[in-house]
Design a protein around this ligand. Structure first.
Ligand code: NAD
Length: 478
């Protein structure tokens, strides 16, 4: 049994959860301890005790530990990628890529620990000096979703630790394996007891403690908009700092002048890969009339050729949906799309994989002849379900792209510099892609969105310092 990490000790919880492989639901990945509220409070107490020493540790100490963790993650990429694919259901190459990203993030923030600087600014008054420095916040609570089981914990943990905070991580219930591996690696990399605590367990209990405990200075949350709203309310009530990364309904505009191959590849990748379970997935394709029929025909042909199979089998393009309830949600939206009058291609449930194993398999679905008011174009489905809308010209396409409560990522396929430039400027999304999939981002630059997708400072890259540190302005009489 895999246990929680509290104050440097591996601890059993009052309950155990079974981690099941969505590619073969007979396969048990492992049994993982589930903490309760009392254990979550113990983890907070451990983080509180560890904070004074850790926040005063040298940049070299923090560099060494984060760098060692990054090296181990990279060295074990294949093995950790296999675990990730097995518990989450993304394909093996995607899972190994995600693990590589986590390793690179630790390396990046190891370097950032050495580069924490400040400003020395001349005062407007004679005989006074002004210094602006960054300090750690204290205890940071991290709450993460199931769709990037190692990368998201990594991109919160690495900056939190690099800037001298102590941490309590509550990963998603469905994917405890990758988070446990990360805890094990950090523990062996030499983190002092209590600096990093792992409490696996239900959001409503363990997560809730982090939101409500006055000792937790800040919460970094990634997950659904519904849970994000609860995080915001709880943190605002006690004036804790918080950062939310939530859903998306990301548009990709395809203009008449697009390179058809580029447009189809980008739409195929960002709509269906990782089983459409990416917050940056393009679920709305907005296509101008001149290229519409050609584009839809080419995309539908490529989509139908995608192999849906066991995530760890060589040659699989799309693994299973993560679990039964997400599968039910995807299928419900497929039914809603039909009721709304959209034309459906694909989207059939498959009971078993090519080896006959039962799993949560779903063929990718494309809806055509859809309109902006349909629920399939408004709600985040979070599955391999994509809809196509027609636009008469670029202006209408831009309007449709921005006509959403979300604003995470947006893309355009065009060979027009004028339209690409205008779109970069006028898209109401935090990340804009030209002739690239809307999903798939670098690890050293800011990540995040606008409107209903995000709240608070950006994650990743040097911008992470905005959330994980607080600024102090010191005045000294000369
Ligand atoms: P979720 O909101 O159901 O759960 C996210 C986390 O919150 C889990 O760890 C869960 O246990 C916890 N939680 C649930 N209730 C809680 C409570 N009352 N108090 C504290 N914590 C609680 O989301 P999910 O289904 O795991 O993930 C899918 C969602 O995540 C999608 O909406 C997707 O778009 C979003 N997502 C966003 C980004 C981004 O960066 N914008 C990245 C990945 C995923």
């Amino acid at each position: 049994m895999f246990k929680n990490l509290i104050a440097g000790e591996w601890r059993e919880g009052p309950r155990v959860i079974r981690n099941i492989n969505p590619s073969d639901t007979r396969d048990l990945v492992g049994e993982y301890a589930q903490a309760d509220a009392a254990q979550a409070r113990e983890a907070v107490a451990a983080a509180q005790q560890a904070f004074p020493a850790w926040s005063q540790s040298t940049p070299q100490q923090r560099f060494d530990i984060l760098d060692a963790a990054g090296s181990e993650i990279l060295a074990r990429k294949a093995e950790l990628g296999d675990l990730l694919a097995r518990e989450e259901g993304k394909t093996l190459p995607e899972a190994i890529g995600e693990v590589g990203r986590a390793g690179a993030i630790f390396k990046f923030f190891a370097g950032e620990a050495l580069r924490i600087g400040g400003d020395v600014i001349p005062s407007v008054r004679p005989g006074v000096g002004v210094e602006v420095t960054r300090e750690a916040l204290g205890i940071v609570g991290l709450i993460t979703p199931w769709n990037f089981p190692i990368a998201i914990p990594a991109w919160k943990l690495a900056p939190a630790l690099a800037y001298g905070n102590t941490v309590v991580l509550k990963p998603a219930e469905l994917v405890p394996g990758s988070a446990w591996a990360l805890a094990d690696i950090l523990q062996r990399a030499g983190l002092p007891p209590g600096v990093f605590n792992l409490v696996m367990g239900p959001g409503s209990q363990v997560g809730q403690v982090l939101l409500e405990d006055q000792r937790v200075a800040a919460i970094s949350f990634t997950g659904s908009a519904a849970t994000g709203g609860r995080v915001a309310a709880a943190c605002a009530a006690r004036l804790a700092r918080f950062q939310l990364e939530m859903g998306g309904k990301n548009p990709m505009v395809v203009l008449d002048d697009a390179d058809l191959g580029v447009a189809v590849n980008a739409a195929l990748n960002s709509g269906f890969f990782s089983t459409g379970q990416r917050c940056t997935a393009s679920s709305r394709l907005i296509v101008t009339n001149g290229i519409h029929d050609q584009f839809v025909a080419a995309l539908a042909e490529r989509m139908q050729a995608l192999k849906v199979d066991d995530a760890r089998k060589a040659g699989t393009d799309i693994g299973p949906v993560v679990d039964e309830s997400q599968l039910a949600q995807d299928m419900e939206y497929i039914a809603i799309g039909e009721q709304e009058g959209a034309r459906r291609i694909g989207g059939e449930r498959i009971a078993t994989n090519s080896a006959g194993a039962p799993g949560h398999y779903l063929r990718p679905a494309l809806f055509t002849e859809t309109t902006a008011d349909m629920r399939i174009n408004r709600d985040e489905i979070f599955g391999p379900v994509v809809s196509v809308m027609r636009a008469k010209d670029y202006e209408e396409a831009l309007h449709l792209a921005n006509d959403t409560p979300f604003g995470l990522s947006a893309g355009i396929a065009t060979t027009s510099l004028k339209h690409a430039t205008h779109f970069k400027r006028h898209s109401q999304a935090g990340m804009v892609m030209v002739n690239l999939p809307t999903a798939g981002v670098d690890y050293h630059v800011p990540f995040g969105g606008r409107k209903g997708s995000s709240y608070g400072p950006r994650e990743q890259g040097r911008y992470a310092a905005e959330f994980y540190t607080t600024v102090k302005t010191a005045y000294t009489a000369a």
